[in-house]
Design a protein. Structure first.
Length: 278
């Protein structure tokens, strides 16, 4: 949850339908759907790759993707966030997680949220479908067959779609906007404390202007079970996470942006060779 939710991040799986064989098919249709007249705040095809460290030890790679899909005849957007530990970390605590949020591109409200996680000996496969018209979310566990309905507000989102929605919002120093999201069978209230502007040094991009923020949940468990977490968000049109630091009882977790790929001609996709280290 820490890697997936905070990075909206991971390693790509071979199965393009993370919900499983019993779920409606989700297929990428980038070419024909690019003609859809929706003013999205992020470029379709954007891929964010991160390096994850436990203290000073590299433990995982994370990648976030953003692409057009088709589901039940609807043209939607899939945000896929995965996290995969390296060979060294596998020996201690193997993580292979996939979080996927299928959203309506006009509202960025989720249609279906899938969580497929393998962490140590723990695993889960959960699907939540959102009925915004009737303000109810339908949860189902593919692991044990449990089903549950949850009342939601008109703008309730899952954690992944919420993180992407936040990228479209202004980050004004001193403000503390409030959000609600549904994850792990709970609806959480949380606030984002917008602290200050800072420059973050990135290996492949040099010093990047960012804003430092701290999400504060009404109670522990939304972002990390115990401790504090800070994000640095790029101060440009994309507004994605460049760095994350989580302080937990046994160590610090560092997540740093390694590469941005996909369409576009801006600094992130094609950094000037002479300037990227300045």
């Amino acid at each position: 949850m820490l890697l997936g939710g905070l990075l909206a991040a991971g390693a790509v799986r071979a199965d393009p339908t993370p919900g499983g064989t019993n779920d409606p098919p989700v297929t990428g249709t980038n070419a024909p759907l690019l003609m859809r007249a929706v003013d999205l705040p992020f470029p379709i095809g954007e891929v964010l790759t991160y390096r994850v460290h436990w203290g000073y030890i590299p433990v995982a790679t994370a990648t976030v993707t953003f692409e057009w899909v088709e589901l039940d005849g609807r043209k939607l957007v899939a945000i896929r966030s995965t996290a995969r530990t390296n060979k060294f970390a596998d020996k201690i605590y193997r993580v292979d997680d996939l979080l996927e949020s299928i959203v309506d591109p006009e509202t960025m409200l989720p249609v279906r949220y899938t969580k497929l996680a393998h962490e140590g000996r723990y695993w889960t496969h959960e699907i939540t479908t959102f009925d915004h018209k009737n303000r109810v979310a339908h949860y189902e566990s593919k692991k044990n067959g449990e089903k549950q309905d949850y009342p939601i507000d008109a703008d309730t989102r899952d954690l992944i779609s919420m993180m992407y929605f936040m990228r479209s919002q202004p980050f004004v120093i001193g403000q503390k906007p409030h959000y609600r999201c549904l994850t792990d069978e709970h609806i959480y209230d949380f606030w984002v404390d917008i602290i200050k502007d800072e420059k973050i040094e990135l290996e492949n991009y040099g010093a990047a202007p960012c804003v430092k923020v701290e999400p504060v949940a009404a109670f522990n468990g939304l972002f990390i079970r115990k401790g504090r977490v800070w994000f640095w968000i790029s101060r440009d049109k994309r507004q994605f996470m460049t760095k994350m630091v989580a302080e937990v009882p046994v160590a610090k977790i560092w997540v740093v942006l390694d590469k941005v790929s996909g369409p576009g001609t801006d600094f992130w996709v094609k950094p000037p060779a002479d300037d990227k280290k300045k």
